[in-house]
Design a protein around this ligand. Structure first.
Ligand code: RIB
Length: 340
């Protein structure tokens, strides 16, 4: 059984006080660089690793954040998590990520698990919820630091980092209108989801501004997953008067629409243009290269983690909620063309 190296042995080896070693471990700025270097070298030489559990009991913090997202197999979320993790690690925090598959009951369980593990705070991408998100209100009221990312709960004042979805949808629709499209299909997400609801509003804004008819068969609701995008796009394209362009409320449903287009022997953008909300690492590689409304997902995660840690460490003094809204960007590639 290897002897456990103590903090005192590290201090002796580094020729510093135990207090200095403790300040290095707590990431205190008070330690002079040359002393920090000696402590780190001593820890390495002695193969010392602090007992985080013991430290947590003493400091009543675990230096751990929970992140709850919809589904990390969707390329939007890894970008967001990466931004959060980079900010967390820079400040000595660990990230634990859980998925909800957009089910509120899984979200409740995830929140309960993270609180039981005494995480110092939670970054939350909410599942669609028709209720008033009482589990989030309860977490907040008992002192759990929460920052909502991407989606906003109804009726709850909470720190958040989101994107102006309605503006992004309007940008996309104006682009399609500029290419001569009038019959534009909308593959929307769940109406219970804040992001899907705002994107649908942006779609309808532009239709109304142009005085075009609102055609019910051109608006269909999926669940932000590929299969639902495939199903509703295929239904739409088999209508007597199919759309000349499709706007997908997220990338996964956009991929589903591409599958339907190819399966029906159609070509994008020659027969039907396609624009999607969300960019992803290979958006510029697949054929056709997709026209997207890109979200700053990495930035959203990073800013959210910084805000959350600022709250945890008492540096964020704003009494009311801090609500950061980032801007989307339209990137025109090869999947949208002038209507034939
Ligand atoms: O693709 C997942 C979607 O859910 C993204 O558009 C993101 O905004 C989230 O709402």
């Amino acid at each position: 059984m290897l002897a456990v190296v103590t903090i005192r042995e590290v201090a002796q080896r580094a020729r510093v006080s135990v207090g200095t070693v403790s300040n290095v471990l707590s990431e205190s700025e008070k330690v002079r660089p040359e002393l920090r270097k000696r402590v780190e070298e001593a820890m390495l030489a002695l193969d010392y690793s602090p007992n985080q559990i013991a430290r947590s009991l003493k400091t009543r913090t675990t230096k751990t954040l929970g992140t709850i997202v919809s589904d990390i197999t969707n390329p939007f979320f890894p970008q967001l998590i990466r931004g959060a993790e980079d900010a967390a690690l820079d400040r000595g925090y660990l990230l634990i990520t859980l998925n909800t598959d957009d089910h509120v009951d899984r979200e409740r369980r995830a929140l309960a698990l993270l609180r039981a593990r005494k995480v110092d705070g939670v970054l939350l991408v909410m599942a669609p919820d028709d209720g008033e998100a009482t589990h989030i209100a309860a977490a907040l009221s008992n002192g759990t630091a929460v920052v909502c990312l991407d989606r906003m709960p109804r009726g709850i004042q909470v720190d958040s980092v989101t994107v102006d979805n309605r503006k992004g949808a309007r940008m996309c629709m104006h682009h399609l209108a500029s290419r001569g499209h009038r019959r534009i299909g909308m593959l929307s997400g769940s109406p219970a989801l804040h992001t899907a609801k705002e994107r649908l509003e942006g779609y309808l804004d532009v239709i109304r501004e142009h005085g075009w008819p609102e055609i019910p068969s051109l608006i269909r609701h999926g669940d932000f997953r590929l299969d639902s995008g495939y199903r509703i796009a295929k239904e739409m394209l088999l209508e007597a008067e199919p759309p000349t362009a499709i706007f997908a409320s997220n990338a996964m449903m956009g991929f589903g629409a591409l599958k339907a287009i190819h399966e029906l022997g159609l070509h994008c953008p020659e027969d039907v243009s396609l624009a999607v909300f969300d960019d992803f690492p290979f958006g510029d590689v697949i054929q056709p290269r997709l026209t997207v409304v890109a979200q700053p997902a990495y930035e959203m995660g990073r800013r959210g983690a910084e805000l959350l840690i600022g709250r945890i460490e008492g540096r964020e003094k704003t009494t009311g909620p801090v609500q950061i809204e980032l801007s989307p960007e339209l990137i025109v590639r090869g999947s949208t063309a002038v209507r034939r």
